[in-house]
Design a protein around this ligand. Structure first.
Ligand code: FES
Ligand SMILES: [Fe+2]
Length: 424
């Protein structure tokens, strides 16, 4: 990947090609729980290098607005959230959830001329989503399965990753790494343990990929040896521009991720587990809350920074590495990924990489993102703007060696969520 392409894919601030592309989609901003109470404390977040405030107003409706007061630039994190808006703590200028100024104590007549930027937002799947793109081109709301199931069926967490979003997301479509860095962890992790999938994943680290472009992004078919007659296929879905659906493990909850740029050197990694047709058990929910599976433990209650982080070398345990209890010496599936991805540098030096055959999915995803980021926006519709196109599942399945997995998927995965679950 040359410098120009590398920059185009990793820079997502306002007005950048990739920034413009990502702003065509609904973005999860915070979980609804973080702004639970009307007139309760507001939260500050940064999305694609824009600093924002999220708050729930007196009517219980959420607003997503620019962090800074248009009077003299004070942060509205320190504002009073009361009576239908945020009142800046410095001189009392007040803004409603649409960013319109509704009071200037010293000059009420100037109200009309004052406003701050606001973004349309909705609540869905227990998250607050914002649309930060141009007016009039809002896509459908996301219809990934985890957005559609009842709240009792789903658990979602987020963690800050100290790297560009691209290299984080590429970990999600580079499913070859599961045979290595997660090799021992999956034997003890409550959300992976005891499944047939692990047997095949461990026995065959030489995954052979077939990749299919779809109307929502890409389907990745990873082939490993199964038994005499069958291959074991792990079928991962990449839904444009930043979602992945992980092939399932036995009866455990299904999983997925998305990666949202915070700025060019940080991203928010969202991790989702759900059952399509039953609530998560108490044990499952407790394990997820405790940071098992694809979730993490945090540095502190209010922080989204993991307790294992760059500063403490992710609590690497060299003895555990030697004793084959952890492949890299780092524990926790997400932290194994995050530690390696952060170790590449905040923005990976793409000039220096030498890609291998297992990286074909990464190459295709980069090309697709680049193609749509640099295309004239008015002429080209990027993929997955239609909600229906999100209605797809990942799968893990043994198929006869002569069976074409694409044909199998066309019959058994495509066209909606009415199919049985395929998992081993
Ligand atoms: S800076 Fe906000 S009211 Fe003056
Ligand atoms: Fe991983």
């Amino acid at each position: 990947m040359n410098k120009e392409m590398s920059q185009a894919l990793t820079q997502t601030g306002p007005g950048t090609p990739m920034g413009n592309l990502l702003r065509r989609y609904w973005v999860p901003v915070v979980s609804s729980d973080e702004v639970k109470d009307p007139d309760g404390p507001q939260v500050r977040v940064q999305i694609m290098s824009e600093k924002l405030i999220v708050f729930r107003d007196t009517e219980g409706v959420v607003g997503v607005v620019n962090e800074f007061c248009s009077h003299r630039g004070v942060s509205l994190y320190f504002a009073r959230n009361e009576e239908g808006g945020l009142r800046c703590a410095y001189h009392g200028v007040k803004f409603n959830r649409n960013g319109q100024c509704i009071d200037i104590p010293s000059a009420p007549e100037l109200c009309e001329k004052m406003h701050i930027k606001s973004y349309p937002c909705v609540e869905r799947a227990g998250l607050v989503w914002a649309y930060m793109g141009p007016e009039g081109t809002q896509p459908d709301l996301p219809e990934l399965e985890w957005c559609l199931v009842p709240e009792s069926h789903v658990f979602i967490s987020r963690r800050l990753q100290e790297s560009n979003f691209l290299q984080a997301m590429e970990g999600g479509i580079d499913t070859a790494h599961v045979s290595f860095v997660h090799r021992y962890e999956v034997d003890i992790d409550p959300m992976h343990v005891g499944t047939q999938a692990l047997k095949y994943i461990k026995a065959d680290g030489n995954v052979i990929f077939t990749i299919e472009k779809t109307d929502f992004g890409m389907t990745l078919y990873g082939r490993r040896n199964g038994d005499d007659q069958n291959y074991y296929w792990r079928i991962t879905q990449w839904i444009f521009p930043w979602y992945t659906l992980i092939p399932p493990f036995g009866e455990h909850a299904l999983g997925g991720h998305l990666w949202v740029p915070v700025d060019d050197e940080h991203c928010m990694a969202w991790s989702i587990n759900y059952h399509p047709d039953k609530p998560l058990s108490i044990e499952e929910r407790q394990a997820m809350q405790a940071g098992k599976g694809i979730h993490v433990e945090y540095e502190s209650e209010k922080s989204f920074r993991p307790s294992q982080n760059m500063q403490n070398e992710y609590m690497i345990d060299r003895v555990a590495q030697k004793e084959k209890r952890s492949y890299s010496g780092v524990f926790g599936i997400s932290m194994q990924d995050a530690s390696l991805q952060e170790s590449m540098g905040a923005i990976q030096d793409h000039d220096a990489e030498k890609l291998l055959p297992t990286d074909r999915a990464i190459v295709m995803a980069r090309r697709m993102l680049y193609e749509f980021a640099t295309a004239p926006q008015a002429q080209v519709q990027p993929p997955a703007l239609k909600g229906k196109s999100h209605q797809i599942r990942a799968a893990g399945v043994l198929l006869p060696k002569e069976q074409d997995p694409l044909m199998w998927a066309a019959e058994n995965l495509a066209g909606g969520l009415h199919h049985p679950l395929f998992t081993l």
